[in-house]
Design a binder for this molecule. Structure first.
Ligand code: PLP
Length: 336
């Protein structure tokens, strides 16, 4: 079986398991796990942020950021395709009592011109706008990469308007592998950043939230309130450190696999169109309306596991556990 449902399906290899087995650990709720502390500091330094906080998932790092940046009744500006809006169990309302101002961007990416009119005036009739959140790369946008120049403009706009600027960077290393930007200069545009270790980086779990010292102090309290404090979790952080060193530099290989598959899909009679591939995600439309479930089932019989991404859309996600040999098998299955 070639599992293309998500880049979360990867399993730790021997080298990662060895790194986990030899991790030095302590109680992270007391901030005494040396491996967690090292990972938090390493990522904070990389992204020009002051501090980091290790959490169980990317949903939690996003939700904590939203919680710290907003008060109940506030409004969050985000794209209608964003993960924080679509795939976090209604967490913005549920955890923080905030609502959203949805923007209709291009593959999940909006420009500063699109949001100039979306910030409410400071008048008691309106919800207080307090946060702009973007996603890079954008999952529902087919792994689309944000233009770094636009990020700079959004960052400046947020500052001038007195809004916080958050990055859902679940796949930020996929973006950075392609856009030739220094991580340090990229990272400084944001007030907070969520980085996932369990997507393309291939660890069994964990995400890190980055921000200023005072932001992370507050984030620590919210993590506690959400029940996200873990103890000797350096075993997971060790996997993260290992992945930053050994897996992050290889992410472009996943992008090559995605591009290769896209070109094969384009030749298939049952495929209507394929979204241009930016990173490791391929989203394509089917000729036959409403046939996604059925097509996924058919693909599964040929050895490819994938996800319907709408009634007539399918998503393939590439990751490090898809080998060159698997690529041969996937091509054969798609052409059969
Ligand atoms: C996967 C993902 C997250 C976090 O998901 P978890 O499964 O909670 O770790 C956040 N944002 C995006 C864009 C994602 O793809």
């Amino acid at each position: 079986m070639f599992d293309l449902r998500s880049d979360t399906v990867t399993k730790p290899d021997k080298a990662m398991i060895n790194a986990m087995a030899s991790a030095e650990v302590g109680d992270d709720v007391f901030a005494e796990d040396p491996t967690v502390n090292e990972l938090q500091e390493r990522l904070a330094d990389m992204f020009s942020q002051e501090a980091g906080l290790f959490c169980p998932s990317g949903t939690m790092t996003n939700q904590i950021a939203i919680n710290v940046h907003t008060r109940p009744g506030d409004e969050v500006i985000c794209d209608r395709l964003s993960h924080i809006y679509n795939y976090e169990g209604g967490g913005i309302a549920r955890n923080s009592g905030a609502s959203v101002r949805l923007v209709n961007g291009d593959r999940g990416r909006f420009t500063v011109d699109q949001i100039k009119g979306e910030v409410n005036p400071s008048d008691s009739h309106y919800a207080r706008t307090s946060l702009i959140s973007i996603e890079d790369t954008c999952n529902k946008g087919g792994g689309a990469i944000y233009d770094v120049e636009e990020i700079k403009k959004l960052s400046t706009f947020a500052k001038v308007q007195g809004l916080a600027f958050h990055l859902d960077g679940a796949r930020v290393f996929n973006a950075l592998a392609e856009n030739n930007t220094l991580v340090s200069s990229y990272g400084k545009h944001f007030d907070s950043i969520s980085v996932c270790l369990s997507k393309g980086l291939g660890t069994p779990g964990g995400s890190v939230l980055l921000g200023s010292k005072s932001f992370i102090q507050e984030a620590h309290r919210t993590r506690k309130a959400l029940g996200g404090g873990m103890r000797q979790v350096g075993i997971l952080a060790a996997a993260g450190l290992h992945a930053l060193e050994h897996h992050a530099p290889l992410l472009r290989e996943d992008h090559d696999k995605a591009r290769k598959t896209a070109s094969i899909l384009e030749e298939q009679s049952w495929v209507k169109s394929v979204m241009p591939v930016h990173t490791n995600i391929v989203i394509f439309d089917l000729i036959e309306e409403g046939s996604a479930e059925q097509r996924c089932h058919l693909l599964e019989q040929k050895g490819i596991r994938s996800m319907p991404f709408g009634p007539s859309k399918i998503r393939f996600v590439y990751h490090r556990d898809i080998t060159p040999q698997d690529m041969v098998g996937i091509e054969a299955a798609l052409r059969s």
